[in-house]
Design a protein around this ligand. Structure first.
Ligand SMILES: [Fe+2]
Length: 184
């Protein structure tokens, strides 16, 4: 049976390893091997980003994407590991335009389905979309203080770098819920 406290303690142990992102990948792969058990406990109902654990060296989030939701490109400035327990999360990767470093251009992507785990390096810039007409549920693990780390987003709108703003991100989730009738 899936247990949030157990997942967090496994992640804490992984962060103490010599290659924490690899160790966390293994933890998430083990967790997502029984994705249904994760869904039974997390019971995703609407889009949102909930903090399960927040510390200077480790952040664990429960991320739920509303159907069809798209989140603009952003960076984290720390490694990240994403595991999917319901639906699908399409990641698009970006890199800074060498001619105009405040803008980004896409450089490929990866579709994540139930059970998949993706590790992102500390310099990664990604945008995320839920391509399905159903909710997507994921656990995101970060090797640092995701909540307080100053970083960047490119959007909404033009792909121009600006400071990451959690209020804008939360508004995107609210819009996604409203568009799909998931508001409480
Ligand atoms: Fe992200």
């Amino acid at each position: 049976m899936f247990d949030v406290a157990e997942l967090i303690s496994q992640c804490q142990a992984a962060v103490g390893q010599s290659e924490p992102h690899r160790a966390v990948r293994e933890v998430l792969e083990g967790t997502m091997a029984d994705a249904e058990a994760v869904g039974d406990v997390m019971r995703p109902r609407q889009g949102g980003l909930n903090i399960l654990h927040s510390a200077p060296d480790l952040t664990v989030l429960h991320v739920v994407w509303a159907p069809g939701m798209v989140l603009f490109p952003h960076d984290h400035l720390m490694w990240a590991a994403i595991g999917i327990y319901a639906g699908q999360e399409d990641n698009t990767f970006y890199r800074r335009d060498p001619e105009q470093p405040t803008t980004v251009t896409s450089s490929g992507g990866k579709e994540l389905k139930v059970g998949d785990v993706l590790v992102l390096g500390r310099d990664a810039i990604h945008g995320v979309a839920n391509p399905l007409a159903q909710i997507t549920g994921a656990i995101h693990v970060y090797g640092g203080d995701f909540v307080n780390q100053p970083r960047s987003q490119w959007g909404p709108g033009p792909l121009e770098e600006r400071p990451y703003d959690m209020a804008v991100v939360n508004a995107q989730f609210a819009e996604g819920n409203e568009a799909t009738g998931l508001t409480k």
